[in-house]
Design a protein around this ligand. Structure first.
Ligand SMILES: C[S@@+](CC[C@H](N)C(=O)[O-])C[C@H]1O[C@@H](n2cnc3c(N)ncnc32)[C@H](O)[C@@H]1O
Length: 283
C-alpha cells in the first residue's frame, strides 16, 4: 500500500515535469518567438479564453486546429526532443512503452503526427518494408529527417516524409487499405475529441483489413486523485505549455466509437498513458 502511494507520487511529479513544467518553457519560447505585439496578444488571449472556459463555463476540450498546430509545432521543433524525449519521459516509462509498441510494426507502415522521429530507432528494420511519416509541421519533419540521417538507422527501408493533415487527408492521399501498420504516439490529445474521431476514421480506412493500428496515448489515470487532477487542469495545461495536448482523453471509448476493435491494451504510469493494438474491423 505504502509502495503504491510512493509510486503514485513519483509518477505525479514526473508527469508534472513532463507534461507541464517543461511545457511552460516551450510556451515561453513561443512567446519569445512572437515577434509582433499582436501575436503576443493572441497568445495571451488564448490562455485567458481557455482558463475562463474551463473554470467559469466548464466547457470541455481545447484543441489545436491543423493550422494552429502547424505554427505552434514549428516553434517547438528545435527543443521538442530534450523536453518530450528527456529524462522525465524515461522515468515515466515512455521509452519502454514506445519500444514495446513500435517493435510490433510490420510491412508498409504509416506513422501520423510523427513529430521529430522519437520512434524511428524503435522500428525493427527487418520487419518493415516502407515507412511513411506524416506531420502537419514541416519544422518537426525536418528534425525527424535529421535524426534519421544522423542515427544511421533504417538504412535498408525506404522512408518518406510528408506534410499532411492526419485528421482529414490520409484517405485522399494514400487510398484505402494501403498500409499493414498505422502508428500514432501522443498526437490524438492534440487533435481534440472531434479531430481524434476524424483521424481514427481515416486510420481505419487506410490500414489493410489484415493490418494493425498501434497507438500510445495520454489518457485519464486509473488513480482517482490523479484523474481528478487531470480533469481540472487538462484544458489550461494544453494552452499554457502543454503544446495543445489535452491529457485526459478517453481514447479507449473513441477507438471503439470509430468502429475499430481493441485487441490489446496496456497501462503505463498508473494509466497516465495507454497503448492499444487495434484491428480495423470491429467484428
Ligand atoms: C505531441 S506531438 C507527438 C509527436 C510524436 N508522435 C511523439 O511521439 O513524440 C504531436 C504531433 O502531432 C502533429 N500534429 C498536430 N496536428 C496535426 C494534424 N492535424 N495532422 C498531422 N500532424 C499533426 C504535431 O505537429 C506534432 O508533431
Amino acid at each position: 500500500m505504502a509502495l503504491k502511494r510512493v509510486c503514485c507520487m513519483f509518477y505525479f511529479i514526473a508527469f508534472l515535469w513532463w507534461s507541464q513544467w517543461n511545457g511552460v518553457f516551450a510556451y515561453g519560447a513561443e512567446c519569445r518567438a512572437a515577434t509582433t505585439s499582436s501575436r503576443r496578444r493572441q497568445l495571451l488571449e488564448r490562455v485567458s479564453q481557455v482558463t475562463a472556459s474551463t473554470f467559469l463555463l466548464n466547457q470541455p476540450s481545447f484543441a489545436l486546429s491543423p493550422e494552429e498546430a502547424e505554427k505552434a509545432y514549428d516553434t517547438y521543433a528545435s527543443t521538442y526532443n530534450d523536453l518530450d524525449g528527456g529524462q522525465a519521459a524515461s522515468a515515466l516509462g515512455i521509452e519502454t512503452a514506445r519500444a514495446m509498441l513500435i517493435s510490433q510494426a510490420r510491412g508498409d507502415v504509416l506513422e501520423i503526427g510523427a513529430g521529430t522521429g522519437l520512434n524511428l530507432d524503435k522500428y525493427a528494420a527487418d520487419r518493415i518494408t516502407s515507412l511513411t511519416l506524416v506531420d502537419i509541421s514541416p519544422g518537426m519533419l525536418r528534425e525527424a529527417e535529421a535524426k534519421l540521417a544522423e542515427a544511421k538507422i533504417l538504412k535498408s527501408v525506404p522512408v518518406k516524409f510528408i506534410q499532411a493533415d492526419a485528421t482529414s487527408d490520409l484517405v485522399r492521399r494514400f487510398g484505402t487499405q494501403s498500409f499493414d501498420t498505422v502508428v500514432d504516439t501522443f498526437s490524438l490529445c492534440v487533435f481534440g475529441n472531434e479531430g481524434t474521431k476524424r483521424s481514427l476514421n481515416e486510420m481505419r480506412q487506410v490500414v489493410k483489413s489484415t493490418g494493425r493500428v498501434l497507438l500510445l496515448e495520454n489518457s485519464r489515470s486509473t488513480n482517482p486523485l490523479l484523474g481528478l487532477y487531470q480533469d481540472g487542469t487538462a484544458n489550461v495545461a494544453a494552452a499554457v505549455g502543454g503544446k495543445g495536448c489535452v491529457y485526459n482523453q478517453d481514447v479507449g471509448r473513441l477507438i471503439l466509437e470509430s468502429g475499430m476493435k481493441i485487441m490489446k491494451e496496456e497501462d503505463y504510469a498508473v494509466g497516465l498513458f495507454r497503448s492499444y493494438v487495434c484491428e480495423a474491423r470491429s467484428t
